[in-house]
Every structure is written in C-alpha cells, then in structure tokens.
Design a protein around this ligand. Structure first.
Ligand code: ZN
Length: 383
C-alpha cells in the first residue's frame, strides 16, 4: 500500500517521539473492504508477505449461513452508508496448519520452525537498496522483512550518513543451521552449543531474521548497536523489526545477548515489544489474555491504533473459526504453537490532545504503556 511509506518519520525526526509529530491521516479502508469480502481459507503469509500490511483481497464469500456469526452478516456490498460496521464480526475458517505461518511465529529452543511458503524467500542482493551491503548473493530473507529492511536502512543512512551496515546472515535452511551447529561444537569441544541454535530451532530458518556487521574498505567489523548505530535500536520498531535477543531476557529466550540479530514481526507488534521491553516469548504469552471483545489496543509509533487478540486453535478439528471484523483491515498470523493472532487496523489515529480519561473502560489497564514509554523504546542492553 502506498500509504505505508508515508508513515515513516522524516529523517530529521530521528530518535524519540516521532509519533507526536506525525500528522493524522485521513480515515482509510472503507471502500474496498466490504462485508462480502470474506476469506474462507487463508494463505496468511502470502498475503501478509507481498508488501506489508495488506488486506486480504482475493477472497471468496463465505458459504455458511450464519454459523458462528457474532452479529448478522451483511452479505451485499455496502452501497448505502454502513450502520455501525464496527460491531460486525465474521467467522472465517482457518486451517490449523496455518498456526505455523506468519510474521509472529515463535521459533526457539522449545518450538521448531515448520517450513512454509518458500517462494516468499528472496535474495537480499537482488532487492536491496544501495545504502547497505550484503555478504553474498545467496543471502536471503522473507519478502515483508526485505521491504522493511530497505526502508529502515535507507532511513538510517539519511539520518546518520552510514552505509556500512552489512547483512551477513538471513534465511538459513535446516542443513545450513546444522552445519553451523556442528562447526560450533567442533570449536568448543562441547556436546551442545550455547551460541548456535539447534537445527530446526533457529529463527533464521523462518526467514524473518537477520544478522548485521559493519563493512568498510573490505574489512568486516563487529556490530554492537552503539554510538550512531543506536539509531537502529531506537527506530527499528517503526519498520516492524525488534532487537530479538537482549541481555536481560536471556533466561526467557535461552539465547545470549545478540545486538546484531534483528527479527521482523511487523507493525504494531514491534512498537509494543520494543517500548515495553518484552521479548517475543513474553509478548505472545501476554496476547493470550486478549480476545476480540477485549483486544489489546496498541498505539503504533505513528499514532495508528490497532487491536490485537488471540484465538486458540480448535484442537478438536483441522480448522479453527476466527472472528474478524470484515469492515476493517486485518491480518492473521499463527504463533507456531497453539493459535492465531489477529491484528486489526482500526483506522483510528490517536489524538494526542485527548486525556487518558477518555480511554474506554473496557481497555485493559496497560494498553497505554506504549504511549507512556515512548522514550524507552531504545534498547541499551546487550551492547
Ligand atoms: Zn542471528
């Protein structure tokens, strides 16, 4: 979507509080998203993939009549002014296989990656801009992470003048991860590795992660995210990226601090994770407290308000019915273990003049945290 790029801060606005400076945008998403445009089955990541947050457009009308409907479904295109469209929820059937797909999948020591949509893996060398380097033509990443990487490192270059970031690792096959693992055991003489993830359990296998170094005059230097490079930790959430492994979360992630490793989770999740200093494991656990009636409201860095909620997979079936608001933009991602996360773009912009008393009493108490903690968005740990 073209408006995606408009959400980026101007280069001069580097650092904190870019949200407050963003002009409210016109409400979007009314015309194209009609109640009749409902998914039956999802190709989740393919949809999320080709260009970021995109509404599922290639859909078929749902055939069932009224089953699991929360409110009466509008089956005709809305040519008249819609009446209270925000209360309409539509149940869509999602294959339980899709638990393992999407930009919020957790891949860690306990949860292995299950391959999906390999066509989405693209060569960084072939798609990157000129403002950074990549270590080889075969280094690759998943498409949505690719687009966001370009935007992030272009903005980093504009803000700092640095074009010496080099992506040294992206997507890895299980075989490549095995080779790295074996190499580490050889070097350390140990029977298991604390530095390299088990094959099948590396986030790199998902295609959503990358490692960076610095590269200048043919020499490669370690990247630690300090100095002017701290811009990336402060701003990566604006592009859907998080610093994945920090020093203070090693007991949860079971991975040492890695200031060079970034993970794409998409907006607005990255804003919440970075602003509230939770790791992905903690965030996905937190989301289980929210359903469609009491979603987690996240104010994205640009003021856009999202509603996020968890839908547990139906263990008694191959399919899970997921309640979604068909009149709004939404995406669905699996969590790679037991359910789905629905992310709804409400189309509302946070009005910063408003007082907090105007917040709905239905909102959980901590939903304003991202706003309050804007100044803490940067991560200084693990440097
Ligand atoms: Zn890494």
């Amino acid at each position: 979507m073209s408006n995606h790029q408009n959400r980026r801060p101007q280069p001069q606005q580097k650092g904190k509080k870019t949200r407050q400076k963003v002009q409210p945008r016109a409400p979007r998403g009314s015309g194209a998203k009609r109640a009749a445009d409902v998914i039956v089955s999802l190709a989740l990541v393919a949809v999320v993939g080709a260009g970021g947050w995109r509404f599922y457009q290639n859909m078929q009308p749902i055939a069932q009549e009224g089953d699991h409907l929360a409110v009466g479904l509008v089956t005709e295109p809305l040519t008249e002014a819609p009446t209270e469209p925000s209360v309409i929820y539509q149940n869509i059937a999602v294959s339980n296989d899709d638990i393992h797909k999407g930009s919020l999948i957790l891949v860690n020591y306990d949860t292995a990656y299950e391959e999906f949509d390999a066509a989405e893996i693209v060569s960084i060398y072939e798609h990157k801009t000129e403002n950074y380097h990549v270590s080889g033509t075969e280094t690759s990443i998943r498409q949505p992470a690719m687009d966001a990487l370009n935007e992030m490192l272009d903005a980093f270059y504009v803000a700092t003048g640095h074009s010496d970031i080099i992506v040294i690792s992206g997507y890895r096959t299980k075989e490549q991860q095995q080779a790295l693992y074996d190499e580490d055991l050889e070097q350390t003489g140990a029977s298991s590795s604390t530095r390299v993830a088990l094959p099948g359990h590396s986030e790199h296998e998902s295609g959503y992660s990358l490692d960076v170094s610095l590269y200048e005059d043919g020499v490669q230097y370690d990247y630690d995210g300090t100095g002017e490079y701290a811009w990336i930790d402060k701003n990566c959430a604006n592009y859907g990226y998080i610093l994945r492994y920090t020093e203070d979360k090693t007991d949860v992630t079971e991975i040492q601090a890695e200031p060079w490793h970034y993970r794409y989770v998409g907006e607005p999740h990255a804003s919440y994770i970075m602003s509230n200093n939770v790791c992905l494991e903690e965030y996905l656990t937190l989301l289980k407290n929210y359903d469609n009636e009491t979603p987690l409201r996240i104010i994205n860095w640009d003021g856009e308000i999202y509603e996020v909620y968890y839908v547990p997979a139906d263990g008694a079936s191959d399919t899970t019915y997921v309640l979604v608001p068909p009149d709004k933009e939404y995406t669905i991602s699996g969590n790679n273990s037991d359910g789905f996360i629905v992310t709804v773009d409400t189309g509302e912009i946070q009005k910063f003049e408003e007082t907090q008393e105007e917040s709905s009493e239905e909102e959980p108490a901590d939903t304003d945290k991202p706003e309050e903690n804007t100044d803490n968005a940067g991560q200084d740990t693990g440097a």
